[in-house]
Ligand binder design. Structure first.
Ligand code: NAD
Length: 360
């Protein structure tokens, strides 16, 4: 089996769903269920014995080590993190704790487990660390895109904490020969994206008749990748990536935030027209985020050259699917916005007498 951390979050849950759609290899999904973790994302796996969910904190190395010894995974795919830049500005401590201390505790537990494995299993074992392009900092309008050798220059507590975790992972390979792989990916979008992030927030606010907030002038440029393309890239790197290497993952899709919002408004205008006017009329400019990076761009040629990965979706196809998904899954969005998903988790899942581990 594989051991996935943070598999109830946005990308992690897409990864678990895609993994089990293409393979019968079981997944142990280890997640703390912070505000960002939502087991409703995995409702389709409710009676599927291939999915074992355990609630826990990656900072708890003893729990992780006990689970590794019990379930003997052949790989760890590490998504768990505090991930929202704005939250890291208001409260960085949790980012330092989970992203740095938690990754350290996880690495220590994983190394202890790996060291004791028989030779063949030790040889085959992989630790894949999922990271972000934000570790590279920001680009000027004409700078070349980030490559795997671009120097780290993180600008927010979030990206600094991710950069620190990337360095720890790198050091475990160089120091202990621990079999690591790291991916640095650009902005993802798609189903199950928590509605505090730009794309789901705009889709939700547009339909609710609320303002569509644009930070500053809206000219911050991001490279956007459809989440299932990211999941496919992770599977490729896990299968055939070179040990100790990092791989950039991106969609070759640079867009200004304002253009993304215009695109969303236009798709909504065609799929769910307002009685009068356009959703664009709801756009409102708000004060920019402090230290807001101007431009990210990812050069993903190494992953294509070495492992043959390319995104399957263009922004046009991916964003249309995404808007349609949010229109079809209004109940999921409403549950997240009302907080009902968290209550459901507490009452149906954790106020039980039985052990924490069960298929979900
Ligand atoms: N969202 C993006 O666009 C993007 C892009 C590149 C890389 N990444 C990286 O991918 C990973 C997943 O991102 P996401 O957007 O799905 O994040 P998310 O915030 O949606 O999900 C994070 C998950 O981790 C869990 N978690 C948090 N702290 C934990 C802890 N201490 N122990 C165990 N579980 C914990 C949460 O409950 C949640 O389920 C992160 O490492 C992030 O840095 C995200």
């Amino acid at each position: 089996m594989i051991f996935v951390t943070g598999g109830a979050g946005f990308i992690g849950s897409n990864f678990v769903l895609d993994w089990l759609a293409g393979s019968d290899e079981p997944v142990l999904n280890f997640d703390k269920l912070t505000y960002a973790g939502n087991l409703n994302n995995l409702a389709s796996l409710k009676d599927d014995a291939r999915h074992v969910f355990v609630r826990g904190d990656i900072c708890d190395g003893e729990q992780v080590l006990a689970l590794l010894r019990e379930h003997r995974p052949r790989a760890i795919v590490h998504f768990a993190a505090e991930s929202h830049v704005d939250r890291s500005i208001h409260g960085p401590a949790e980012f330092i704790n989970t992203n740095i201390n938690g990754t350290f505790a996880l690495l220590e537990a994983a190394r202890a487990y790996w060291t004791a494995l028989p030779d063949a299993e030790k040889e085959a074992f992989r630790f894949l660390h999922v990271s972000t392009d934000e570790v590279y900092g920001t680009l000027g309008a004409t700078d070349p895109a980030f490559t795997e050798t671009t120097a780290f220059a993180p600008n927010s507590p979030y990206s600094a904490s991710k950069a620190a975790s990337d360095h720890l992972v790198r050091s475990y390979h160089h120091t202990y020969g621990f079999p690591t792989l790291t991916t640095n990916c650009s902005n993802n979008y798609g189903p199950y994206h928590f509605p505090e992030k730009l794309i789901p927030l705009i889709i939700a606010n547009a339909q609710a008749g609320k303002p569509l907030p644009i930070y500053g002038d809206g000219q911050q440029i991001r490279d956007w990748l459809y989440v299932s393309d990211h999941c496919a890239a992770i599977r490729r790197v896990l299968a055939d990536g070179r040990l100790g290497e990092t791989y950039n993952v991106g969609g070759w899709n640079e867009m200004a935030n304002l253009d993304v919002v215009h695109t969303l408004c236009d798709i909504l205008d065609s799929l769910k027209p307002k009685a009068t006017g356009s959703y664009r009329d709801q756009i409102t400019y708000v004060k920019d985020r402090p230290g807001h990076d101007r431009r990210y761009a990812i050069d993903a040629r190494k992953l294509e050259r070495e492992l043959g990965w390319k995104p399957a979706e263009t922004f046009e196809t991916g964003i249309r699917k995404t808007v349609q998904w949010y229109l079809d899954n209004a109940a999921w969005v409403a549950d997240v916005q009302s907080g009902a998903y968290a209550k459901w988790v507490e009452t149906n899942y954790f106020n039980r007498d039985s052990s924490q581990a069960e298929a979900s």
